[in-house]
Ligand binder design. Structure first.
Ligand SMILES: NC(=O)c1ccc[n+]([C@@H]2O[C@H](COP(=O)([O-])OP(=O)(O)OC[C@H]3O[C@@H](n4cnc5c(N)ncnc54)[C@H](O)[C@@H]3O)[C@@H](O)[C@H]2O)c1
Length: 318
């Protein structure tokens, strides 16, 4: 996609978006980061990117995208707290659904050619013991946040059909790494990391056998790179333009806590607290499709990724 020299990265002051923005800069793109700094940090925005402080759902954003110049939008801005979405589903929908529509409509006026969208493999699929989920697994989000991610994928596919837009949805597993904040879907790594740094006990809710699929942010960046350059086929079903981005490996919270102790060499007690209501018991996504279509594979082991993340937590706290 040689012509896509200007990219808008929404949520680029956040954890994943800031790493993605760095990748585009390294590739020679002109990068504009749009973020309202509600959970992101100004210092995460790479110095070489243009920064626009705005809400994705605002008229200002619509004008920015509508003015033209961006051939690619990489959309990472979101309300991403499941509990907030349950408490205030309209707020979730305003950011996640109306924000997306604002970008899509602006993009239609401004000649955007491609959308890469950060969806979630942790919330769009129904609960099942047949893991890891392939992209074709039944969808049944059980939170308004999950509904807003799945609805966004449907809107993107509709715009692909209506206007010939190239769309790709990346269904992330639980992403962890430097710059992660404790509120995200893989927030447990950041929480455990800060507690290790303060030499406090790690608290596990429930019996710790609940599993997640932890993918390092560097691997998520290479998936965004692949999505940016992929020759997008026609959209027959939602899954034709969706890719899981994870490892396919289930790691229990007990295993994660032990892996963090091992990777950091820090020793603190592990304590248990009552289980949290409404938590998914198991989750993992199959990455065979990305391997087949893109030759993409997660390259960073959990041990190495946890080590890199902990080094950043220590540095950030200093
Ligand atoms: N972290 C994960 O494990 C995970 C898993 C699945 C999907 N995702 C998705 O990846 C994306 C990035 O997540 P992250 O973990 O980097 O979280 P993050 O909170 O670090 O990043 C989100 C960014 O969006 C910004 N933002 C929020 N609302 C906004 C608004 N209305 N207008 C403009 N900017 C706004 C925030 O300030 C923040 O910088 C999100 O779309 C999230 O749903 C993340």
């Amino acid at each position: 996609m040689a012509e896509a020299s200007r990219v808008l990265v929404t949520g680029g002051a956040g954890f994943i978006g800031s790493h993605v923005a760095e990748m585009y800069l390294a590739e020679g793109f002109q990068v504009t980061v749009l973020d309202d700094l509600s959970s992101g940090r100004r210092e995460n925005v790479p110095a070489a990117a243009t920064f626009v402080h705005a809400d994705v759902a605002s008229p200002e954003t619509r004008r920015l995208v509508g003015r033209g110049g961006f051939t690619l939008v990489n959309h990472h801005a979101a309300q991403m707290d499941v509990r907030v979405s349950v408490r205030d589903p309209a707020f979730d929908a305003r950011t996640n659904i109306l924000g997306l529509l604002n970008l899509l409509e602006g993009g239609r006026e401004g000649g955007v050619r491609r959308f890469v969208f950060a969806s979630s493999g942790g919330v769009v699929y129904g609960e099942s013991d047949r893991l890891p989920h392939p992209e074709s697994a039944p969808k049944l989000p059980v939170s308004p946040y999950g509904v807003s991610k799945l609805a966004s994928e449907y809107y993107l596919s509709a715009y692909a059909k209506l206007y010939g837009l190239d769309v790709i949805s990346l269904r992330y597993a639980n992403v962890y790494g430097p710059r992660q904040n404790p509120h995200g879907e893989a927030g447990v790594v950041a929480i455990f990391g800060s507690r290790l740094h303060r030499r406090e006990p790690l608290t596990i809710h429930g019996d710790g056998s609940q599993t997640r699929d932890y993918v390092y942010v560097g691997d998520v960046v290479t998936a965004n790179h692949a999505a940016t350059h992929w020759r997008v086929p026609g959209v027959g079903t939602l899954n034709d333009v969706a890719f899981n981005v994870g490892t396919g490996i289930e790691t229990s919270v007990n295993q994660l806590a032990q892996a963090m102790l091992d990777a950091t060499g820090v020793s603190v007690p592990i304590q248990h607290a009552p289980a949290r209501a409404g938590e998914l018991r198991r989750s993992a996504v199959s990455v065979e499709r990305a391997a087949r279509e893109w030759d993409w594979r997660p390259g960073c082991s959990l041990r190495e990724g946890l080590k890199l993340t902990y080094e950043w937590i220590v540095e950030d706290a200093a």
